[in-house]
Ligand binder design. Structure first.
Ligand code: CA
Length: 239
């Protein structure tokens, strides 16, 4: 017997747009549930455990980013953010909060279904694709200078104080640890962190590396650990 089609939660406060979006997904043979506010979205996630979420950033009771932050306490399904805002900082903030794709309004049905299909085939976890890392067996604790990273326990500390990293930052750091001392190219990085179709993510990568350096380096403009090679590639300093 075939299994049930994936269940998608559509979170959108504009009733007309929500109806159209649900109809598009229904025509694509997805099962659909809906929410018109952040609170309702959180209740639906807890009650129905959707396989993916299509999330509007501009909601009446709370920002879509806040919804994602609160969902991250629960098992988090893949989240595609859709927004009319179209601002680069919004996209980065959404990806940082755990979104795996971004869809600008207005969109057509084929675009929505393609994004949803790819979101469902790319479940998110803090662990990047190991096949992209040659040194896969090495998960020993990394310690250089004041920086300590325990890849097994997903713990990092600087000057003995714990540092909190987002999922994307963990992925970046793990790829660097698996390749410690070696150069990791922009393309290898993007592939390991965002999946095989993401080799065009180099700009985003630069933003995230900057973010990670601000958390892990005493002087982010002169990185001691997360080094840049040849202007575009990266290398984690080895012991
Ligand atoms: Ca809205």
């Amino acid at each position: 017997m075939p299994s049930d089609p994936p269940l998608i939660l559509v979170v959108e406060d504009d009733a007309a747009l929500r109806r159209v979006t649900c109809a598009m997904l229904g025509a694509g043979h997805y099962r659909v549930i809906e929410a018109s506010s952040g609170q309702q979205a959180l209740a639906e996630v807890a009650a129905h455990h959707p396989d993916a979420i299509l999330l509007d950033l501009g909601l009446p009771d709370m920002d879509g980013l806040e919804v994602m932050r609160q969902i991250s306490d629960l098992p988090m399904p893949p989240i595609v953010v859709f927004s009319a805002r179209g601002i680069e900082e919004d996209k980065v903030a959404a990806f940082d909060a755990g979104a795996i794709d971004y869809l600008a309004k207005p969109f057509v049905a084929s675009e929505l279904l393609t994004r949803m299909h790819s979101a469902l085939s790319r479940p998110i976890s803090p662990t990047p694709d190991k096949s992209a890392a040659p040194n896969t067996s090495d998960t020993s604790i990394y310690q250089v200078g004041e920086l300590t990273v325990d890849p097994d326990r997903l713990e990092v500390s600087l000057h003995g104080k714990p540092v909190s990293l987002t999922q994307i930052e963990w992925r970046l750091l793990l790829v660097m640890i698996w390749n410690r001392g070696k150069v990791v190219t922009n393309r290898q990085f993007a592939k390991a962190v965002w999946g095989p179709d993401s080799e065009s993510e180099c700009l985003r990568l630069r933003i995230y590396i900057g973010q990670l350096r601000r958390k892990l380096e005493s002087d982010p403009t002169r990185p001691r650990y997360l080094k840049t090679e040849s202007g575009i590639d990266y290398r984690l300093a080895d012991v």
